[in-house]
Design a protein around this ligand. Sequence first.
Ligand code: UGA
Length: 464
Amino acid sequence: MSDKSSYQKPRIAVLGLGHVGLPTALGFVELGWEVIGADDDASKVAMIQSGKAPFCEPGLDDLLARGLASGRLTLVHCVEEAVRGATILFVCVGTPQKDTGEADLSQVEAIVRTIACNLNGYKLIVEKSTVPAITAQWIKKTLARFAKLGNGPGKLHPEFDVASNPEFLQEGKALENIFRPDRVVVGVESERARALLERLYRPLNCPILLTDVRTAELTKHAANAFLSTKISFINMVADICEAVGADVTQVAAGVGLDPRIGREFLNAGIGFGGYCFPKDLRAFMYLAREHGVDCGLLAEVEKINLRRTEVFLKKVRHAVWVLRGKTMGVLGLAFKGGTDDIRESPALHIIKALLEEGVQLRVHDPQAMEASRQEIPPQAGRLEYCSSPYEAAREADALLILTEWQEYRDLDFRRLNELMEVPVIVDGRNLLNPEIVRASGFEYLCMGRYDVAERTATAVENAS
Ligand code: UGA
């Protein structure tokens, strides 16, 4: 290591303070680094500065309070200032998708141009946002091209490295993932970049996988595609279980005990949603097709997932017969439990479909009501946002469980039964204990699970 700056404690800038950027910034502050967090949304920066995280993530408000009190966190809405003030720049801006499925990298490009125009010494630019393989190549090209426009000392000989350090954060578990990661993947092209990133992550005491940049980029895509595949696989198995009268939760337990398979991400239900899986799957397929690689496997994963709404609606029809004119309570709006995020939420797809069928809905979610109201505003006599699960169940012909919130497990089912017009629960997440629910007088339908009584009845029906 020839450069003195590598021995000093370099400053970190996190560019983009969303679901990835903010926990990342606060994580590094907690680990003792000086961090400049930047976002061009001034109101978001002001909110964070006031001590309030702009989204729900367990533990984040406490971590933010500690970060602000530490004096090691600076928040700015001027990205240029952050670039000039730091050596390691984590790019955490959004990478939404275009209609074609291709990743829209315009925010990444804009940030990289800003970096290029503000080079004032060596910078390590680290891709943290999920980007398609070969993005780093474009980042380098863009930096080289636009660095010429800068006014700083880096004007003639811009010094930089580009690295890939994909995030594997799960919403709702982001802090756990940051402080106790299963692994950190670091894709680098120079010794200097490797040393800087290893120094950041070594204290976490987890495996650090060192690769080239493209391999790191691809690892992220492969991880999300594989997890999506597991979910679609178990959803397909759930349909087969229903057809033959088996229980998918036990099948998942049985196969999941095999360490080569593992039990996680084998929960059958209404499919995967969120900002990552659906979008990343399409981006990965786009990349494969662009390079002439057959990605039929992933196309099937997506197809199975898209069909889950219809599979669930069929179950609801089976439970209540005619949909039009019925009143239904809906528990859960977020794309999964533990978050207020409704992006690509399967629950919202189902709600929209039910509204089109003329069902009156009374909905509840512990965290995602505000976001959902923006996406689907209340409609008198058609869609009402309720303050509790019990309110949602009032006079309903069925109660639908659409998000795996743990607190819905502990509801008072006898009380719910008394409030409802017809005691029917359709559980799209296999969240509830069938025995408890049925013992409280409910007709209970779930995903890929038949209880013995129902199986016997079906067998008798089939035999006669
Ligand atoms: C996912 C990955 O799990 C993270 O590792 C990754 O870093 C992140 O995407 C990302 O790319 O940023 P996240 O989107 O927070 O994290 O959500 P998950 O917990 O993975 O759940 C995704 C969806 O799959 C949810 O709708 C969830 O309900 C559904 N799911 C999950 C199932 O239907 N069944 C399961 O067994 C597990």
